[in-house]
Design a protein around this ligand. Structure first.
Ligand code: PLP
Length: 395
């Protein structure tokens, strides 16, 4: 018996780009001390005050089926937060709560793409994007951005790819590049979406992690609210990755259909998780700043270390918990570099190629271990790259 074509072709070439990560995990389970700079997972856990709210809610009986669209409290809280941050009038009916940002990405594509429709996304991309688009039944079409433009997309590139497309997925602050899209970039994107009649799916799960510049939600740009679906999550802002709580914010008529989708797929998100999320969002910015602070600190440490050498080029690290490093001076691909680094230095990073073609010759470093180990690992990466580059120059 065969699985459906949609599932069989979810992951192109059967390769999901996580080979180095899986290899590192295997080495760790074989007893080797590997420094892991691979996945976007905080090195702190969910704050005890959030856990206390979760515990209280569960003990008070919020363990049954919760409201499928999300609890009124959480939907109102998300709506108020989005309105405060963007100035765009946002009500409960503009919000559906989902099982994390990942389910929100899937739901947003199901909402706007018919089977076979083309959905655009930008390369480099968060590793699940193409599979998520395919899972929704759409055809995933990439648009290449370039290291030379610090991975800021250009209107001309989007325009050239837009024939027959119904949606464009963007992500700022960006994983894997650390780019925060400039007002100019976002205005160009908004113009193209209007000109080419595209839905804009805006993944803003890193909106509390901005080190340089300002986060602008494109939904707040003129005439964009009616064609934007914003993906949000508790995962990155509140170190609640395991709680699986996120949302889609968009026009009421789309959200009402997405509530139907939830009814027929997840049947909602656990009530005690939603109560914890409501508590966390209402706890104020200090909690979010505490969660973001280690990345801000390590990003500064990284800039210092990388400024002191000239083999590796840092793509401007403006936001999110990653550094994108150009290692092309070593003449290795990102894959070759990452595998050699793992084998000889016991450090695991993600090859740029895991995130598409545009980040070939790069590696992504997650800033997710304590400051001392992070600095030491980054220094080792620099020395390793310099030795490779020297060897290459001597050949
Ligand atoms: N979008 C981006 C860009 C991400 O990096 C991630 C997770 O790493 C997600 C969405 C999904 O996050 P979650 O499902 O945990 O909310």
């Amino acid at each position: 018996m065969k699985v459906s074509d949609r599932l069989a072709h979810l992951i192109e070439d059967g390769n999901d780009g996580w080979d180095v990560f899986y290899r590192a995990r295997q080495m760790i389970s074989d007893g080797r001390a590997i420094t892991e700079l691979t996945i976007g997972e905080h090195d702190i856990r969910t704050d005890p005050t959030i856990l206390a709210a979760m515990d209280l809610s569960a003990r008070q009986g919020h363990t049954g089926y919760a409201m499928v669209p999300g609890t009124d409290l959480l939907r109102d809280t998300v709506a108020a937060r989005v309105e405060a941050r963007t100035g765009v009038p946002t009500r409960r009916d503009n919000v559906v709560i989902t099982s994390g940002g990942q389910a929100a990405l899937f739901a947003a594509h199901v909402a706007v793409c018919n089977p076979g429709d083309v959905a655009l996304y930008l390369d480099p991309y968060y590793a699940t994007y193409p599979g998520t688009i395919r899972a929704a039944g759409a055809v995933a079409r990439t648009i290449q951005t370039s290291a030379e433009h610090a991975f800021q997309p250009r209107a001309s590139q989007i325009d050239a790819a837009a024939d027959g497309a119904v949606s464009l997925l963007i992500n700022t602050p960006n994983n894997p590049t650390g780019a925060v899209y400039s007002p100019e970039t976002l205005n160009q994107i908004a113009d193209i979406c209007q000109k080419r009649d595209l839905w804009l799916i805006s993944d803003e799960v890193y909106d509390t992690q901005v080190w340089d510049g300002t986060h602008i939600s494109p939904r707040m740009l003129p005439n964009m609210a009616e064609r934007s679906l914003v993906v949000g999550s508790m995962s990155k802002s509140h170190a609640m990755t395991g709680s699986r709580c996120g949302w889609v914010v968009g026009p009421e008529h789309v959200i009402s259909h997405l509530i139907n989708l939830s009814t027929h797929t997840t049947y909602g998100v656990p009530g005690f998780i939603q109560d914890a999320a409501s508590f966390a969002l209402n706890a104020g910015p200090a909690l979010e700043e505490d969660v973001a602070a280690p990345f801000r600190r390590r990003r500064s440490l990284a800039v210092e270390i990388l400024n002191a050498q000239n083999t590796i080029r840092l793509i401007p690290a403006q936001g999110a918990m990653y550094l994108m490093l150009d290692i092309r001076a070593t003449a290795l691909s990102g894959n070759e570099f990452a595998n050699a680094l793992l084998d000889t230095q016991d450090i695991a990073v993600m090859p740029g190629e895991s995130f598409g073609k545009a980040a070939a010759g790069h590696i992504r470093v997650a800033m997710t271990i304590d400051d001392d180990r992070f600095s030491s690992a980054l220094s080792t990466i620099c020395t390793f790259a310099a030795e490779l580059a020297d060897r290459r120059a001597a050949e």
